[in-house]
Design a protein around this ligand. Structure first.
Ligand SMILES: C[S@@+](CC[C@H](N)C(=O)[O-])C[C@H]1O[C@@H](n2cnc3c(N)ncnc32)[C@H](O)[C@@H]1O
Length: 258
């Protein structure tokens, strides 16, 4: 996988955060910065957690992973629970919560929703910057009184290309479901993207290797692969899905593997 982003560094907003910034930099091979760069992206660790920021004017606001508040808390409370399209696509049934590999974890929102509904979820993200944001979000979620009882037991994070990580799984580690939500090419009229996804698109570019990822996912999933698509887009590849579950803006293509 060619590295598409320039090296990104991390700063500590106050001296209090220096040890934690150092640990993140070591774990995710990020540069340590003593001050923000004059241009481009950087990570900033402070009282609100780890934030992806853009230096200079005209950039978007900070992006961080916050599972406990804002849109994620709203989605957890009012997103439709086990009846929502994502849950039906993944195959949750009364008394049955599949083990899921979210192979394109991104900011972890879909994976987190599935974990909140009872699934064991492995979040796999190949970008070190995005994985660092996820790691920070998970650590803060584990301290939240409403989430602490299940976050650490249901969610784990792998910072690796899912094509390699899935191919290495032993027979007994194979998940029931592999979930894929690769980045769409930017600028497509049918795709409305929020601030966070725009930032990820700028940072990472489109995911152009989704076809081999789908094939590896199909070989790994015991029951099904689920691919999230914009409502009016075609399937991910020429391989036709077995079925689809649709919601207002999104379609989940199912590839049954049993
Ligand atoms: C559109 S975002 C996923 C958003 C996510 N579903 C959410 O709810 O926040 C796609 C992410 O998948 C990651 N990705 C794409 N291909 C990958 C691969 N082969 N292995 C691991 N991560 C991958 C990208 O780096 C990007 O962060």
């Amino acid at each position: 996988m060619p590295q598409r982003m320039p090296p990104i560094g991390v700063i500590a907003e106050q001296s209090l955060f220096v040890p934690a910034a150092r640990r993140l930099a070591e774990r995710y091979a990020l540069a340590r910065l003593s001050r923000p760069p004059s241009s481009g992206y950087f990570l900033s660790l402070g009282g609100e957690g780890l934030e992806l920021r853009m230096a200079g004017e005209g950039g978007h606001g900070p992006v961080r992973v916050d599972f406990a508040a804002g849109a994620m808390a709203h989605r957890r409370r009012f997103g439709g629970g086990r009846g929502q399209a994502l849950a039906r696509a993944v195959g949750l049934k009364p008394g049955y919560n599949p083990r899921v590999w979210d192979a394109t974890a991104g900011l972890g929102r879909d994976g987190f929703v599935l974990a909140s509904l009872g699934c064991q979820v492995t979040l796999c993200e190949r970008s070190a910057v995005v994985a660092a944001l996820l790691d920070d979000g998970l650590q803060r979620a584990a301290l939240d009184p409403e989430l602490a009882s299940w976050v650490e037991t249901r969610l784990s994070l792998v910072n690796q290309d899912a094509r390699e990580a899935l191919a290495k799984l032993g027979q007994e580690q194979r998940p029931d479901v592999v979930y894929l939500d690769p980045m769409y090419p930017p600028g497509k009229a049918h795709v409305l993207v929020k601030k966070e996804m725009r930032a990820l698109q700028q940072l990472l570019g489109a995911d152009t290797d989704s076809a081999p990822l789908l094939e590896i996912a199909l070989a790994s999933a015991r029951r099904r692969v689920v691919v999230k698509r914009p409502q009016r887009a075609g399937p991910l590849t020429a391989r036709p899905p077995t079925a689809a579950v649709t919601s207002k803006k999104t379609r989940y293509d199912l590839y049954v593997t049993v």
